[in-house]
Design a protein around this ligand. Structure first.
Ligand SMILES: *Cc1c(COP(=O)(O)O)cnc(C)c1O
Length: 376
């Protein structure tokens, strides 16, 4: 019996040709021709004032924490139900993650709880678009404006998704994408920072180039280049950008093919939802999504454990995540929970992610058949 992996990175077939081109042309350091193509594609796709490739979404988030000028003790409001990088980026600068609960429908930050978490130390709100489904951005932007806060979108999972027609990552002041091999558009490890607010463009370039004005120097805007800011080396080399370019060219078809698989699952599990055995993902009418993930919510932890184990016996690999950050050792040390986080705690024990990758079409009936028998 063939194992069905949880994830299988999709490759378009052009990656090696573009890498060969970078090799042939001796273009290996960052910000070469492939990086430029990726930047232009991202800017055209999202309308960002500036898109900058990074090594990872984690790196892009670290850049946002520097751009937001996070000082020790500054607070950043975010969900607890997210990946560690959302919080780590700010903790590295002495910031305090303030965790609020999620909405039971989308599992995104509950925007109605944000205002109560704001203090005189609050600097930013970090909405995470879980599963590539948008947070309630109009409300979040409005709160931020009234309290003079920055909005930094963790759009790691959100490329090719929109909220009221606007691409995720392009709505807040800053946004971050991931191109990790578990995401939709990939380069192994990789990410991008989207700068949507003019004020941050120049500084973002400098922070990414080790705190130098190298970019301005190469454009002839200054006559020598020097150390002008704090920063690090956040840019990927051209080999990564060449790989990523092959993926960006196919972004539309990758998204369509993932959506077709997502829809298969969604139809197949409708009856189980009606019988009360599972709850399916909810997509608000304001959102178009990218089929980053298909998950089911079972009734409790025991049911989920049994479900995952039963699928495993049949060779089907399903996974769960996240350990809520407010209950993780480092989250407790550096962050604080604001209010009751009961939806986060309950849902993190109930959620299971099913395999979703291009090519799964051939095996999806097996996943659906075995899933349907399990969670009584
Ligand atoms: C994947 C992910 C990240 C981290 O992305 P990397 O590119 O691996 O650094 C951050 N936040 C969320 C919500 C993610 O899903």
């Amino acid at each position: 019996m063939n194992e069905i992996p949880f994830n299988k990175p999709y490759m378009t077939g052009k990656e090696l040709f573009y890498i060969a081109e970078a090799h042939f042309n001796h273009m290996l350091a960052g910000d070469g021709p492939f990086t430029k193509k990726c930047h232009e594609w991202l800017e055209a796709k999202t309308g960002a004032k500036k898109a900058l490739l990074t090594h990872s979404c984690t790196a892009a988030l670290e850049m946002t924490a520097i751009l937001a000028d996070i000082q020790p003790g500054d607070e950043v409001i975010m969900p607890s139900y997210t990946f560690v990088s959302t919080a780590n980026a700010f903790v590295l600068r002495g910031g305090v993650p303030v965790f609020v609960d999620i909405r039971p429908d989308t599992l995104n930050i509950n925007e109605t709880l944000i205002e109560a978490a704001i203090t005189s130390r609050t600097k930013a709100i970090v909405p995470v678009h879980y599963a590539g489904v948008a947070c309630e951005m109009d409300t979040i932007m409005d709160i931020a404006q009234r309290h003079n806060l920055l909005v930094i979108e963790d759009a790691a999972q959100g490329i090719m998704s929109t909220y009221k027609g606007k691409p995720l990552g392009s709505i807040g002041h800053l946004g971050a994408y991931s191109f990790h091999e578990t995401k939709n558009i990939i380069s192994g490890e990789g990410g991008a920072l989207l700068v949507n607010d003019d004020r941050f463009v120049e500084r973002a370039e400098m922070i990414r180039e080790k705190g130098t004005n190298r970019g301005q120097f190469f454009r002839g805007q200054v006559d020598k280049y020097t150390w002008v800011d704090i920063g690090s080396s956040y840019l990927p080399g051209e080999v990564i950008a060449a790989f990523l370019w092959a993926q960006m060219e196919e972004a539309e078809s990758i998204t369509q093919r993932r959506l077709a698989i997502w829809e298969r699952y969604h139809e197949a599990f409708e009856d189980m939802e009606i019988s009360g055995l599972v709850r399916r993902p909810v997509i608000p009418v304001t959102c178009s999504h990218n089929a980053h993930m298909y998950y089911l919510l079972l009734s409790n932890l025991d049911k989920r454990t049994a479900f995952i184990n039963d699928l495993k016996v049949k060779g089907i690999n399903s996974v769960f995540h996240y350990v809520p950050l407010h209950s993780a050792p480092v989250g407790m040390k550096f962050g604080r929970a604001n209010g009751d986080l009961s939806i986060t705690s309950q849902f993190s024990e109930r959620l299971v992610r099913l395999p979703l990758w291009i090519g799964l079409d051939l095996h999806i009936d097996r996943v659906i058949n075995y899933s349907e028998r399990k969670p009584e």
